[in-house]
Write a protein that binds this ligand. Sequence first.
Ligand SMILES: Nc1nc2c(c(=O)[nH]1)N(C=O)[C@@H](CNc1ccc(C(=O)N[C@@H](CCC(=O)O)C(=O)O)cc1)CN2
Ligand SMILES: Nc1ncnc2c1ncn2[C@@H]1O[C@H](COP(=O)(O)OP(=O)(O)OP(=O)(O)O)[C@@H](O)[C@H]1O
Length: 197
Amino acid sequence: MTVEEDKKALRSAMHARRAAVAAADRAAAGAALAATWRREQPVLTPHPDGRATVVAGFWPMGEEIDLRPLLGALHDDGYAVGLPVTPAAAAPLRFRQWTPGTLLVGGPFGTSEPAAAAPEVEPDALLVPFLAVDADGYRLGYGGGYYDRTLLELRARRRVIAIGVGFEAQRVDRVPRGPHDDRLDWLLTDRRLLAFA
Ligand SMILES: Nc1nc2c(c(=O)[nH]1)N(C=O)[C@@H](CNc1ccc(C(=O)N[C@@H](CCC(=O)O)C(=O)O)cc1)CN2
Ligand SMILES: Nc1ncnc2c1ncn2[C@@H]1O[C@H](COP(=O)(O)OP(=O)(O)OP(=O)(O)O)[C@@H](O)[C@H]1O
């Protein structure tokens, strides 16, 4: 099998595994993400000029983990929070600032994104969704390649910390690796925060 075929097979298995997360674990996950972040604080280097560190998240859809309490906690803790704006074509994601009052509008693939009035921001750290993540920090997404392209573009210019966010149940031994795949620096789940070596 090719890497693409391996990824396709793992995607369908992981959709099923994510769907099987118990309702009680699902309901508790949002608060757990925020509490774990506040307790363990991944290391993010502050800007020398004192402006807010930009953490870009994502607005959960379908059966993704509910990180909205974490986004609120980041906002309350003084981070500038961003959300992705998805281009129609195969291009990197853009980010617009989100605050608890920001109007969201529908984007491609069922996403919700800040309306055009929200200022564009450039992330210092990226909270990244995944279907599967492995012990070395490689991730499997929905197959659009958006996060791979976005990390490649941002990391060509500056240091950007990538933090995968998902359920503990989405961890696997090994994700198939293609030429564009970049590693995550941290993993935040409903159970723990860990740094990849
Ligand atoms: N919440 C969220 N926002 C995101 C992403 C994501 O994975 N999750 N993206 C990541 O790149 C970007 C949008 N790109 C996407 C590309 C493909 C699909 C997709 O195929 N979705 C599935 C259904 C997902 C589900 O509910 O399980 C589909 O349409 O069949 C979604 C988003 C940016 N925003
Ligand atoms: N930097 C890139 N430049 C060009 N093509 C890319 C790049 N990154 C990924 N791709 C292409 O995008 C497609 C999807 O890649 P992949 O299967 O790794 O997506 P994914 O990581 O599951 O999705 P996502 O990053 O959106 O969550 C592949 O055809 C891949 O070759």
